[in-house]
Write a protein that binds this ligand. Structure first.
Ligand code: TYM
Length: 344
């Protein structure tokens, strides 16, 4: 049977990209495949690669757990836990980092982006990485450890995580070859990518919707009110073609993004097919439809989140039980890993 693992950073309330690209798929997979093992994690250690205010991080960490419950992750069907409450993640990450070439990590897009940002900030032409923290470079190894610790076979993520998944497979393969045993230690995990694998920024459709973009109107948060949603969608950048709307991500990225969002809200798998039915709409009508559909999609989870947020006792209990279950599973992996590397 399959073991599903995925994670999300506790860096604020998730946006529509997180939800359509990953989180809603977690719930679907959980509900449609009761025979599989499902493990979902709030990855606090990953958040430390960027400076965090400790008070805010603590609140975001608990909020993220509440969000996962609010959207339908069910502790009776899935293990849901905080990565930072299972120290075996860092133990395995260290072991894996010792078989991972630094050159491989320097070729990751996420690292190259950070490097480019720091170069701009220092306005130097020379590439200087000496001030970037080591965690930014080794972050994908920790992610590989998250997945391999549970010997996961499938990982539901958005498109931006594809490269990290490739690296995870290479690390698993490298471990399997270096430390042979009676059977293969780690399965090579497969990425499960949703149809809405890359939701774009509402204000700059050349970039993905992201938590860190400075303009808050570029993203819709799962806690936004109907009014906020409508205002953000109304302000979304489209194009000046006035003969109806069409799905053409290269020529009409903003319009296509709205069609992709609408299609996903209705649960359609094929955006192109769905977009045909919208041909006659003006941009104004399309925006009205999108605002309504997003509100319908998140109204339930939003209310449930507000309710759960106050139930600290329940949240703590879910976190405690999830951590216990996660530690029990990963302990089995670590016994074998320690044996294979000669440190048991
Ligand atoms: P994170 O926290 O940045 O994002 C969580 C999930 O949301 C997806 N996503 C998007 N999907 C579509 N369109 C977008 N605009 C968009 N923005 C984000 C991401 O692909 C992701 O699936 N490194 C990971 C967290 C992680 C993890 C793991 C994931 C740590 N360990 C192990 C899987 C398995 C991250 O930073 O995701």
């Amino acid at each position: 049977s399959r073991t599903i693992f995925s994670g999300i950073q506790p860096t604020g309330i998730p946006h529509l990209g997180n939800y359509l690209g990953a989180l809603s798929n977690w719930v679907k997979i959980q509900n449609e495949n009761p025979q599989d093992k499902h493990i979902f994690s709030v990855v606090g250690w990953h958040a430390l690669t960027l400076p965090q205010n400790p008070k805010e991080l603590g609140a975001s960490r608990r909020d993220m757990l509440a969000v996962l419950l609010a959207i339908g992750i069910d502790p009776k069907k899935s293990i849901i836990f905080h990565q930072d409450s299972n120290a075996m993640h860092t133990e395995l990450a260290w072991i894996l980092s010792c078989i991972t070439p630094t050159g491989r990590l320097r070729r990751m897009t996420s690292w190259k982006t950070r490097l480019a940002q720091s170069r701009n900030a220092n306005s130097e032409s020379e590439v200087d990485e000496s001030l970037l923290n080591a965690g930014l470079l080794t972050y994908p190894v920790l992610q590989a450890a998250d997945i391999l610790l549970y010997q996961a076979t499938h990982v539901p993520v958005g498109e931006d995580q594809n490269q990290h998944l490739e690296l995870c497979r290479d690390i698993a393969d490298s471990f399997n070859r270096t430390f042979k045993g009676r059977s293969r230690m780690f399965p090579l995990p497969t990425a499960l990518i949703t149809p809405s694998k890359r939701i774009l920024s509402l204000t700059d459709p050349s970039a993905k919707m992201s938590k860190s973009a400075p303009d808050p109107s570029s993203r819709i948060l799962l806690t936004d009110s109907a009014k906020q949603i409508a205002a953000k969608v109304r302000g979304a950048v489209t194009d000046s073609i006035s003969t109806g709307v069409s799905y053409d991500p290269d020529e009409r990225p903003g319009t296509s993004n709205l069609l992709a969002i609408l299609s996903a809200c209705f649960g359609h798998e094929d955006v192109r097919l769905f977009a045909e039915t919208c041909r006659g709409m003006s941009h104004g009508v399309l925006k009205g439809e999108v605002a309504g559909a997003v509100e319908d999609l998140i109204a339930g989870p939003r209310a449930e989140f507000e309710r759960l947020k106050g139930d600290v006792g329940y949240l703590d209990q879910v976190a405690r039980e999830g951590a216990e279950a996660a530690r029990e599973l990963s302990a089995r992996t670590m016994v074998q890993v320690r044996e294979r590397i000669g440190l048991s």
